[in-house]
Design a protein around this ligand. Sequence first.
Ligand code: PEP
Length: 249
Amino acid sequence: MTKLIAGNWKMNGSLAANQALVQAMLEGLQGIEPKAEMALCAPSLYLAQMQSLLTGSAIAWGAQDVSAQEQGAFTGEISAAMLKDFACRYAIVGHSERRQYHAESDAAVASKAQRALAAGVTPIVCVGETLAERDANQTEAVVKRQLAAVIHAVAHCTSEIVVAYEPVWAIGTGKTATPEMAQAVHAVLRKQISAATQHPERVKILYGGSMNAANAASLLAQPDIDGGLIGGASLKAADFLQIVAAAQL
Ligand code: PEP
């Protein structure tokens, strides 16, 4: 399946910095027929800018979160329909930073995924264990529980989600899961997805957690790793494009 390399800019950027970064990426892609799909998930305030910079290019754009509610009195929230208004293809849901700092439950993440799908936005559903959970041999149980909540909510639309396995201890820490460690969890997730949909081949399972230009090729070579969710390295055009190039191998 075509790999997907998605950048998560987190709370970084500015109008000027975004323009320079996107321009450098688009210049770097000139004359290249990228075999991987690409996306950049920007802070929501900049989605209009992303739309104007990226329309007609090979790079899709997305949000880093979406409301679990449809519309109405939810101050500060951004609905899936609003994301669709700005032609977002993706919305990250359940990133560990949202689960950790905003106490997002499995049920809330599942509702967000459901809202995104209902509006025609593909949710990138993040799952992953903390270091304490890995040390307690709970990795499999944790990621299965997190994914099960989403599968239960989206039911027959399971084949339309993207899953990202992001071990919490590997995010922004420089510690990457070895390709074998990541593959083992991806295989578990693949099996769970296969049991839940008649079209498991449509579901990409990305790896995220300190993926960079140096380690991308070995991670992306694993049979069940269908791409990457890239934090820090998506803020540097050259690094992001090297990861995209590694996804074409
Ligand atoms: C992320 O935030 O999804 C992520 C994987 O971050 P980093 O690549 O910086 O570890």
